[in-house]
Design a protein around this ligand. Structure first.
Ligand SMILES: C[S@@+](CC[C@H](N)C(=O)[O-])C[C@H]1O[C@@H](n2cnc3c(N)ncnc32)[C@H](O)[C@@H]1O
Length: 530
């Protein structure tokens, strides 16, 4: 690693060789340490600076100081405040902070290529390559706390400016406005999922395990889509392991635990405290498996992992994707993987903005999906006279409004019917984001069989979904209607029952969205309705 001066960035650390992913770039001990319980920080810093060797002192005085100073004591404190790094590890957040000469020369990026952490056992900071770093590439770490990492660009910039005087120009901070907005929406969703995980009570892992697993799966997908620092991936994996252990599925839990451990190995090494702590935690959970705190609902033995599955089938098995059908449970219309918001739809990647045939795209992605949005207004466009094109403005689940324009054979006349009304919900199969000629993003519909309108607002459709989910897991006893599976005594039962007479609406709950081998069109064909 070499230190170079870069205008606007100060001294930065540059890789002198190609560094492979997971390699420990260096580890080092602090030269100054302030513990959590040190009451007079200035005195503590000054005493330690005065005790440094000549070389260390010179190196210390060369470090960046963004604070004003008029005497040596203030200067030392300023350097400490500008460069000190936390010495908290995953298991001990009370160690304090220290000055590390090498690590203090690494600049910030919101999507860094290296990760630094304090290893309590070896009492050194370690810096690992998160991906392959090329010779001559700048090495970066993130200065942000975990929760700030998942904030939108504006907040990240504010925090970095206030704390470090930095105007970050990393890949995430330099996205064009529309992409940045989409990225922020994904970060917001991720933050919400982290909060949901944080607030979840232990018993919910047993009461709604599939829902919890879907949350962990969505978190993994979002990390991958955003290209976020890999350390964060370990959380959904360890989360999934915990959910599965609590429900007796030791085979999948073991596989997820291995995945979490391999992520940790990459970003902080085999000797890291996190791996040891997680192994202990897993042992405790496995030992407690027979106790009353956990369920045996998904019971499998540790050695029951299937062999020889391809990557897609392995992932399906791992995330229990087939289970909703096997267990007679229903697909949740709130699951973003099958019912994505507009920002999560694929495309566009180029100015012509088309990813290709959507049936092929679905096959490549290994799943179908359905975009749900509420019609806010409608009009006919006549820009390619004499042809008319129906244009709707629709609002997705995240309240994003986008145009949906019909380039069908009859410009939208096909969908004329009693359901074509403002306030109703469109369901569009395997749709992509499209960039129109004026640069606006929206939906470009060519095949009318990909669209269906349901005579219900999106909010009410999701509320109906929640009732269906509730009754599908509750029971099929006498209080439950045979026609719609919702409780007879529910106040919305009549309306729900009427809507659910539509086989297409019922199909949304039972379609195998992950079976992308055949094209999907309305009316939907369901092999076996539950
Ligand atoms: C720990 S030091 C890093 C080394 C520093 N560049 C130097 O010259 O010594 C932190 C300081 O580096 C600068 N810095 C870090 N990341 C930066 C970035 N992405 N862009 C511009 N300046 C940055 C800021 O001045 C920040 O307060």
């Amino acid at each position: 690693m070499a230190i170079q001066d870069v205008p606007g960035k100060g001294r930065v650390s540059i890789a002198l060789l190609n560094i492979p992913r997971g390699k420990r770039i260096f580890s080092e001990s602090p030269i100054i340490v302030v513990r959590e319980d040190d009451s007079n920080i200035e005195e503590c810093v000054v005493q330690q600076v005065e005790a440094l060797s000549e070389n260390q002192r010179r190196a210390f005085l060369q470090l960046r100081n963004t604070r004003p100073w008029t005497n040596d004591k203030q200067r030392y404190l300023g350097i400490f405040q500008t460069t000190a790094l936390s010495m908290a590890s995953g298991t001990d957040a009370t160690c304090g902070a220290g000055v590390f000469i090498k690590a203090s020369h690494i600049n910030h990026s919101c999507v860094p290529n290296a990760y630094r952490t304090w290893n309590t056992d070896i009492e050194r900071h370690t810096v690992h390559a998160l991906g392959n770093i090329d010779e001559g590439e700048e090495i970066t770490i993130s200065y942000l706390t975990d929760s700030h990492t998942r904030r939108g660009r504006e907040t990240r910039q504010e925090v970095l400016k206030a704390s470090y005087g930095i105007t970050c120009s990393c890949r995430l901070c330099s996205l064009p406005p529309q992409e940045s907005k989409e990225c922020d929406a994904k970060l917001k969703e991720l933050a919400k999922l982290y909060r949901a995980k944080g607030n979840q009570e232990y018993r919910t892992l047993v009461l709604s395990p599939l829902e919890q697993l879907r949350r962990a799966e969505r978190m993994t997908d979002l990390h991958k889509e955003l290209g976020l620092c890999q350390d964060a991936w370990s959380l959904p994996y360890s989360d999934a392991a915990e959910i599965l252990i609590c429900n007796g599925d030791l085979a999948r839990a073991g596989a997820f635990a291995d995945m979490a451990i391999s992520v940790w190995r990459i970003y902080c090494g085999n000797d890291c405290t996190q791996i040891k702590a997680f192994r202990t935690f897993l042992q405790l959970l496995q030992q407690g498996h027979d106790s009353q705190r956990v369920s045996k609902k998904w019971s499998t033995a540790v050695n029951e992992c299937p062999r020889g599955l391809g990557p897609k089938k392995w992932e399906d098995w791992l995330w229990r994707r087939e289970d909703p059908y096997r267990q007679g449970q229903l697909v949740d219309l709130r699951t973003r993987a099958s019912f994505p918001d507009f920002a999560s739809l694929p495309g566009p990647i180029s100015s012509d903005g088309f990813l290709g045939d959507s049936d092929i795209l679905a096959e490549e992605r290994g799943r179908h999906w359905c975009f749900l949005a509420e019609i806010k207004d409608m009009s006919f466009l006549t820009f390619s006279s004499p042809n008319k094109h129906l244009q709707m403005h629709v609002e997705d689940v995240d309240k994003q409004k986008i145009p949906l324009i019909f380039y069908t054979e009859f410009g939208g006349e096909e969908v004329d019917g009693p359901n074509l009304e403002v306030g109703h919900t469109v369901a569009v199969l395997n749709v992509q984001r499209h960039k129109f000629g004026d640069g606006a993003l929206g939906v470009h519909l060519e095949d009318p069989r990909k669209l269906k309108i349901f005579p219900v607002s999106l909010q009410n459709l999701l509320a109906l979904n929640d009732r269906v989910q509730h009754f599908s897991t509750a029971s099929t006893g006498p209080k439950t209607c045979h026609a719609c599976a919702v409780g007879r005594k529910e106040k919305n039962h009549k309306a729900d029952c009427k809507l659910l007479r539509d086989p297409d609406l019922r199909a949304l709950f039972v379609i195998e969205w992950e079976d992308s081998a055949r094209p999907l069109r309305f009316p939907l064909e369901v092999e076996k309705e539950s």
